[in-house]
Structure formats: C-alpha cells, structure tokens
Design a protein around this ligand. Structure first.
Ligand code: FES
Length: 161
C-alpha cells in the first residue's frame, strides 16, 4: 500500500523497508547491529522454504536412501536435500517411481543449495534457481547442476555417484 509522507513523496512499505535496511547497514559500519540486519528482507531476497533434509548412506560409489511409503520423498512432486557422510545431493521425486538426483553444490560459487520454491531449487547465496532436472531457471548461475543415475526398488533409492 502506498501513501504520501509529510514531504509530499509517495511511500510504499517495500520502499520503507529498503531504506530502513540501508540505514541499518550504514549504522552497522559503526556498531554491532548485524543481528538486526538478518531480519532485513526485500521482495528480491533469494530465501526460499528450506528443503526437507533426509539422511542417506554412502557405500563405495553409491548413496542409498530409504523411501518408505510414509516418508517425504515417497510423494511425487516432493524434493529433499539428502545428506550423507562427506556430501549432499538434491533429490526430486518427479513422477511415480522416478527420481532425479543432482549435486547440491551451486554451479555459481559453490554454495550448498538448501531452498525449494515452486518446483525449483533455490541457492541461498545469490538466488540462482534450478529446475528439478538440473537446468538453470534463473542466474547468476549459468551452468546446469550435475545429474546422477538413480535406481528405485523395494522402497530404496540408489544414487550412483
Ligand atoms: S553460489 Fe549459488 S547463486 Fe551464487
């Protein structure tokens, strides 16, 4: 909603938040207001709901993930961050019984991708978005995420690294 301030300028809530954050940034240079800045968000903020974290097991060159019927990844359309000793993968259940596994390392500057919004993975560092097939949906990243072969049987997903 917009309104006119006492100087005759049109103000919006978003404009106010941005100006307040800029002021906070300047003040932070002279003090310790960093905790305050964490709450400064504009509509352009790349934050997205966090992916559900699922544990995987690395054995040799494969990662296995249990996918029982009542688990998050059992439902087509869901995605998760699969963590295992020494790494993490993005896994999407794209259609009944079909999974796509991708590296969770952003191709822009190497951050771990942790967000998921509107069927795209969102990097928390600079907002790159990737489709569940790994293709770039929005930069600054320009290179697709690496994909890995998957096999699904008996409620267990196997990802071949
Ligand atoms: S490291 Fe992911 S967008 Fe920059």
């Amino acid at each position: 909603m917009a309104r006119i301030d006492e100087t005759g300028n049109i103000q919006t809530r978003r404009g106010f938040v941005i100006r307040a954050c800029k002021l906070g940034s300047l003040l932070a240079l002279h003090g310790s207001l960093a905790p305050l800045l964490v709450s400064c968000k504009s509509d352009d903020n790349p934050n997205a709901p966090a992916l559900t974290v699922v544990q995987g097991t690395l054995t040799g060159g494969t990662v296995t993930v249990a996918v029982p019927a009542n688990s998050h990844l059992a439902a087509a359309g869901n995605a998760a961050l699969v963590q295992f000793t020494g790494g993490a993968l993005l896994v999407a259940h794209t259609s009944q019984g079909s999974f796509v596994a991708l590296t969770a390392t952003c191709t822009h500057e190497g951050c771990t991708i942790t967000g998921f919004r509107e069927q795209t993975y969102v990097c928390p560092c600079h907002g790159s978005r990737f489709r569940t097939n790994g293709q770039v949906a929005q930069g600054p990243a320009s290179t697709a995420l690496r994909t890995f072969v998957t096999q699904f049987a008996n409620e267990e997903l196997t990802i071949i690294l």
